[in-house]
Design a protein around this ligand. Sequence first.
Ligand code: ATP
Length: 149
Amino acid sequence: MAKTKREISAGGVVFRRGDLGIEIALTSAQNGEIWCLPKGLINKGESLEQTALREVKEETGLEGRIIRKIAEIKYWYYSKWEQVRIFKIVHFFLMECIGGNPAEHDFEVDEVKWFPLDEAREILSYKSERETLEKAEFILASSPFPTHI
Ligand code: ATP
């Protein structure tokens, strides 16, 4: 049986108020074939919140302020490089964008783009990330506070 390993990452559903409503920052890879929520592996000694804020800054160039935890997603993938099956847990936080510059995104990211909620839901590549966005929408719709700042 193949070896297995566990990985833990954290990331964010980063939102801002645009002229036409709430917009979400997504990152693309593989020349726009894949669109994802920003995330990355936890470093030793970091809290999940610290990881999520750091990874959002590193990957998108944007600075976030955490509103609250949204959900965690889980999936398996196979790492050819390590020849091991990896069980991954990713913790996602709802974050309001409070600054930064998306032009300063990570070189591993092809593009950082703001999408209206409906488009972000359509374009996200992974079902579990679409579900995370839907949970974020529910939180934003049911709480007046984050959208009125
Ligand atoms: P991190 O961003 O946490 O540093 P990474 O970029 O090294 O991680 P992942 O984004 O976890 O790696 O991608 C590893 C593999 O898992 C890829 O094959 C990718 O297509 C797949 N993958 C990524 N996100 C999901 C998901 N939400 N559901 C299913 N498979 C996924």
